[in-house]
Write a protein that binds this ligand. Structure first.
Ligand code: PLP
Length: 442
């Protein structure tokens, strides 16, 4: 697809007359905004058109997905099968990001005239997308910030206990380690299988570890080491019976899971929409249930921390890079155009295909459950006697496929992790399987 956010085509330029810009007093800034809108509208038209053309070719590697991939900004035919750290961005998100930054640079007054209202529009959009109320959504910087907001913000006392799974990311581990050092909070680790056999196994392990001092369960909703999708709904139901709160680290969830936060019952939930959703790095989502907002102290105070009536009190941080937030709104629009249900189905289909292929490779050990309720787009595996980094490097050199190594030798979790997002094709999975087979037999 050809596009350029800074130099829109002649026809795009002509469609917005100079007179109308001058009438509204917006000049070149408006040109940039309008052209981003026009460029994005063309992408959405094309995506909607794909629905009509390719409806029956959607699966497993139909033309629909091939055409959709063209709207992502990949260079050098990169095959991104790692959605950790930062994932790729669809073109409309980049258009919105760059045009909004241009406004901020060229018409700074727009920042205080319009950016606040636009930010709240995105909040409402994100809330709808995730099944929450706008007043429960904090637009912050990343998962790490959300995890620390909870650890810092709850009134916990010396000897109060927090249960963490043994598969947590440092974002959760560090947040609670700080509270252990500073306030004497006791952090206990609960093992979850690699993979667990059932929902009951996970819920039962946590229930068995609860004591009268337990205040919080902190678990990854999307476990980055093993690809487990934690049964957050069942965990929340169990925890609430014991008066315990649940904090979900959902770094990978937006864009991967078709979910509804209210239906999960989770109390606090932190996510990084620039991994799977295609938003820009630097914008995060934090959910705090309405009836818990009075129990959580803000960690950073700016005007509004004590007067804002809802979750916005947890994002008072002076001036922020609002274009990141507007681009997050665009990422949600892009996902909605494709369809959340279809996205989840596609991700699951590819992951199942990958897992079935891995299961046939002699010696390969799956760290991820085959159960679609306990797994989604992250798949981890190891091959005893083979260094995961050899597999990772071979895949990159031979096929331009990006995966990552993960885990820890001493804990038995070290392996290769593969992400199967919607821009991955079945044929890419075939190439990956061929590469693993090659390394295994070498
Ligand atoms: C499960 C999990 N939690 C937290 C994080 C930290 O995310 P961020 O750096 O976006 O805060 C990551 C990063 O990959 C992760 O995988």
């Amino acid at each position: 697809m050809s596009w350029d956010p800074f130099f829109p085509s002649e026809s795009t330029r002509r469609s917005f007359s100079r007179r109308s810009f001058l009438r509204f007093g917006l000049g070149t800034t408006a040109l940039s905004l309008a052209s981003a809108k026009a460029l994005n509208a063309a992408v959405y038209d094309s995506v909607a058109g794909l629905d009509r053309t390719f409806l029956d070719q959607e699966s497993p590697d139909g033309a629909y997905w091939k055409a959709l991939r063209k709207h992502y900004l990949f260079e050098d035919d990169l095959i991104m099968m790692n959605n950790g750290t930062v994932g790729p961005m669809p073109a409309p998100v980049f258009n919105t990001l760059s045009s909004a930054f241009r406004v901020q640079c060229t018409m700074p007054c727009e920042v205080y005239n319009t950016f606040g209202a636009r930010r709240d529009e995105v909040r409402a959009k994100v809330a709808r997308f995730l099944g929450a109320d706008p007043g429960e959504i904090v637009l912050n910087r990343n998962t790490t910030e959300g995890m620390s907001l909870v650890a810092n913000g709850l009134d916990l006392e010396r000897g109060d206990e927090v249960l963490l799974s043994n598969m947590e990311h440092m974002a959760g581990i560090s947040a609670w380690a700080l509270q252990a050092k500073r306030r004497g909070v006791v952090v206990k680790e609960v093992p979850v299988g690699l993979p667990p056999r059932s929902v009951d196994e996970v819920v039962g392990a946590f229930e068995a570890a609860i004591t009268p001092r337990t205040k919080v369960i902190c678990i990854s909703h999307t476990v980055y080491i093993s690809g487990l999708i934690a049964p957050i709904k069942e965990l929340s139901e169990m925890a609430h019976r014991h008066g315990v709160l649940v904090l979900g680290d959902a770094a990978h969830a937006p864009g991967m899971l078709n979910m509804n936060l209210h239906a999960t019952g989770v109390d606090f939930w932190a996510a990084s929409p620039y991994k799977w959703l295609g938003a820009p790095c630097g914008c995060g989502i934090f959910y705090v249930r309405k009836d818990l907002q009075e129990r959580l102290w803000p960690s950073i105070a700016m005007s509004g921390w004590d007067t804002l009536p809802d979750a916005r009190r947890f994002e008072t941080l002076g001036q922020r890079a609002d274009p990141l937030v507007f681009a997050l709104g665009e990422a949600v629009d892009f996902q909605n155009t494709v369809g959340k249900e279809r996205i989840q189905r596609r991700i699951q289909t590819l992951a199942t295909y990958l897992k079935e292929g891995l299961a046939e490779i002699p010696g390969a050990r799956l760290h991820t459950s085959m159960d679609p309720y306990l797994s989604s787009g992250l798949t981890a595996f190891s091959v005893p006697g083979k260094d995961p980094s050899v597999i990772m490097n071979y895949l990159r050199e031979r096929y331009n496929i990006v995966v990552r190594t993960i885990g820890n030798e001493a804990r038995g979790t070290r392996g290769v992790r593969v992400s199967t997002n919607i821009f991955v094709f079945q044929e890419h999975v075939d190439m990956l399987l061929e590469g693993v087979r090659h390394v295994v037999t070498a």
